[in-house]
Unconditional design. Structure first.
Length: 477
């Protein structure tokens, strides 16, 4: 179903995110028939170039990042929706030209794909030139601040010109297919909800493992580290979707209210409950310190931690989170380990093992449950654990590659005016309020991150975080 006609302005249109994600994503929605041919995508950036140069650049970006043989006629039709305006975010150049491009009576959205230090200048100029009004939407990206103070300041800056229901803070994890499916699985089935609490869930593991290092983004990354880059946002969102109470309705504020309560219920982290790591040199490339060109860096490229949610549902069920670069495999998954049955009636057959539910976000999106059954054959009652496997690609007859990418889905939600999958200002601030003391405690110390080999599953200490509780991580593979 096509969305309403729109003018989407991309500030920072010559940047990496626009080339890699935003424009290729819009192109795929265009091919899918969702983006109207009359819509305009207006690139705005400092680079002085004309429309044809911008279109040529975006043609290259699509060739590079969409990666299949494109229908030339369709590609030309898409490129015809692109406009370009050289603009000075801190000055006066370009603003009247941008204003002249905007059509009345269509949805107006402004994507701030620029450094956060420019948010205020752009917001102010959009308002003073009368380009944005009370119906316009703005889209902002992480890093949304680097702590509570800076996040609050950014929220306050945007609030001078835009109401909360106009601000779309992207966390691209919320656009992933399985992440949304988490809500469907939890709230459209009776099967799981009665067991979804500390009485039946022993613990939860959330792993986001990557094989890439930080080469190329060293400067940004070394000032962030895994906690700011992944935990405060993506991992926190996953934790919220697992832990939240059922919202009364699938409605932006109802969902975000419930997520906010989870974040506020997180207990301050104990220093013993966190492990940081840094990848070392390996056969495939240099180690972290060389990648970021900072031999004295104490920034973590890996973190594992044990969080507690202090509320009626979850007290007694730890949530173990782990994420890192240059690990053994690229895999993101959530594992719910249920408690063991209270009593075994099978004397010789072995003890029943705890059921596990594995929710796989990428690659190969799907769900897997382990259950105990009788080993087939005449050998008597012997128990074996088998998977009840459901790959979404198999179940839904899709090969996975046609699933919309997180960005394209979220951009269409902006045009539709649906904020459910975007972070609200208070939610984001609460997430910083939880991570700030964790970061401050580390900064105040002198300890170095634990070294780990590239291609491993992180430092030994991260394994011990679970071993000391008589648990183990699911293998990264
Ligand atoms: C980004 C982080 O937000 O998410 C990156 O800045 C990380 O460091 C990326 O690699 C992971 O996203 P995905 O979709 O590849 O899992």
């Amino acid at each position: 179903i096509p969305v309403e006609d729109f003018d989407l302005v991309i500030f920072g249109a010559t940047g990496d995110l626009a080339r890699r994600k935003i424009v290729p994503g819009l192109y795929r929605r265009f091919v899918a028939g969702q983006m109207p041919a009359s819509a305009q995508i207006i690139g705005a950036a400092r680079t002085r170039q004309d429309e044809s140069a911008f279109r040529a650049d975006m043609r290259g970006a699509i060739a590079e990042f969409v990666g299949r043989d494109e229908d030339e006629a369709q590609l030309d039709a898409f490129l015809a929706t692109l406009r370009y305006v050289p603009i000075d975010a801190r000055g006066t150049d370009g603003w009247p030209e941008l204003s002249a491009h905007m059509r009345p009576g269509v949805v107006h959205a402004f994507y701030f794909s620029v450094a956060p230090s420019l948010f205020g200048d752009i917001a102010e100029r959009l308002a003073s030139h009368g380009i944005a009004d009370a119906d316009s939407r703005i889209v902002v990206e992480k890093p949304f601040g680097r702590d509570l103070v800076t996040a609050r300041a950014l929220n306050a800056t945007l609030a001078q010109h835009f109401a909360e229901n106009q601000i779309y803070r992207i966390d691209h994890y919320l656009g992933k297919e399985t992440v949304q499916n988490l809500m469907a699985v939890r709230f459209a089935n009776i099967l799981f909800e009665p067991l979804w609490n500390a009485q039946y869930v022993d613990h939860v593991q959330i792993t986001v493992a990557e094989t890439v290092g930080v080469g190329g983004r060293g400067e940004y990354y070394d000032h962030s580290g895994a906690i700011r880059d992944m935990v405060q946002n993506h991992m926190m969102q996953l934790l919220c979707l697992i832990a939240m109470e059922p919202p009364y309705h699938f409605d932006p504020d109802a969902v975000r209210d419930e997520k906010l309560k989870v974040i506020r219920a997180l207990e301050p982290l104990d220093a013993d409950d966190i492990v940081r790591g840094q990848y070392q040199d390996g056969p495939d490339g240099p180690g972290y310190l060389q990648d970021v060109e900072n031999p004295l860096s104490r920034t973590e490229s890996f973190v594992a931690l044990k969080a507690h949610i202090a509320n009626w549902r979850w007290t007694g069920t730890p949530f173990y989170l782990r994420t890192g670069k240059r690990l053994r495999a690229r895999t993101s998954e959530i594992v719910i380990t249920f408690r063991e049955p209270p009593h075994s009636i099978f004397d010789d057959g072995g003890t029943p093992k705890a059921n596990q539910m594995v929710i796989k976000l990428q690659p190969n999106e799907g769900m897997n449950m382990t259950v105990m059954i009788k080993e087939p054959g005449p050998g008597g009652m012997r128990l074996v654990q088998v998977p009840l496997d459901m790959s979404f690609a198999d179940a839904l007859g899709s090969n996975g590659t046609d699933m919309p990418d997180a960005y394209e889905r979220l951009i269409m939600d902006v045009i539709r005016g649906n904020q459910t999958l975007f972070m609200r200002g208070d939610e984001l601030e609460a997430a910083w309020a939880w991570t700030d003391p964790i970061i401050a405690a580390w900064d105040a110390g002198t300890r170095l991150p634990e070294p780990y080999d590239p291609g491993s599953s992180g430092p030994e200490e991260a394994l011990r975080l679970l071993h000391r509780d008589n648990r183990r991580w699911r293998e990264i593979r």
